[in-house]
Design a binder for this molecule. Sequence first.
Ligand code: ZN
Length: 438
Amino acid sequence: MRLTPLEAWTCRTVCPGGERLSRERIDAYQLEMLRQTVDWAKERSPFYRERLAGVSGRGLRGLQDLTALPFTTADDLRRRPQRFLCVSQSEVSRVVTLPTSGTTGDPKRVFFTAADQERTIDFFHHGMATLAGPGDRVLILLPGELPGSVGDLLMKGLDRLGATGVPHGPVRDFHRTLDVMEAERIDCLVGVPVQVLGLARTGRGRAAPVGVLLSTDHVPEALSGALRRAWGCRVYTHYGMTEMGFGGGVECEAGIGYHFREADLCVEIVDPATGNPVPEGEAGEVVFTTLTRRAMPLIRYRTGDVSRFLPDSCPCGSVLKTMERVRSRLGHVRILAGGGTLSMADLDEAVLAVDGVLDFRASLAGERGRDRLRIETRLTADACPSDTFAAIKEALHALPVINSARRAGTLALDVGPPPEGQTSGMEGAKRVLADLRF
Ligand SMILES: [Zn+2]
């Protein structure tokens, strides 16, 4: 198995004297960068000057001291993003405004300098080497029209790798994108999981790439398996968000979880209720601190994503940590009327495993102490609707939580096509089980 290319890349930053990369070296480097980040943020941003009053970089004696610092939340970013800014407006080369989904209703804004973006391009260059190489043609099914957008930075990273990025943007029409894949002789692609599944199931083996990188949303095992069967390709997942500088971590050939860009990010897992670090290997909320960001450093930023660090070292042989694939987000797990929990990730594993499913939307409604789970499903053109809907029901009944709720009479299940006229626009980037009960 090939060692993750992030290992050698991280080593160049962490061990500039040519020493061997080790966990101790990474920890020492992260501590030094953390000290600089705390001082930089405190000196320059009004937000952290207030939030970190009484704290100094020098006062941090070990990485464990990070856990004594206060968290930064998405709501902090929404309230007054300008207060995070550590450089003058003229040094900001890119501002990303994120659509609102939080409690205050204001959009989040994230600022980057050219140097911040350079770190991301460098990460994309080396991270993409996991699946692509010189001469490869890589289709980018992510937004890339604006300079400094994720697709634009990925294009630049691929160029340094000697590969050719082919900008495309999100998939709107499966057949049209499959035509592009054939015409452009695509070797690899990067896209949103359910959109890529739609391509594989619509094309039935047509235009098969050899490598696929899935990003932007949780990746069900059922979906990766369907891609591998349809295309015979390798499937990797990426974890990142705009606040991380788009890129965060990418899977290696072992395919068990992400290795992070540890020279740029320090990642922790905390108990979401208490904020305390969880014991090694246990699941909790993913929290990260930027170590090299100049425009807008983020210290202990709570992502709302749930995962854990795998306790054993990765089979690829890397000393980098391995974080399990993110399957759920805090606040996105629904408690059923009769007890038990259900999330979109659970539904995805069952429903997307059924051949002929392109995409689906799920919602829970309430009726006199009972839940009604509605699954609106888009099917491939060649799928038989009655057989496919029956197979979806069977797959859902096999989920223990649904099975016991049905037996107890506290859950009814509707499976069918989307309402008339709503056949498009289902393939949103983030999949959530909508709760319409309250
Ligand atoms: Zn690995």
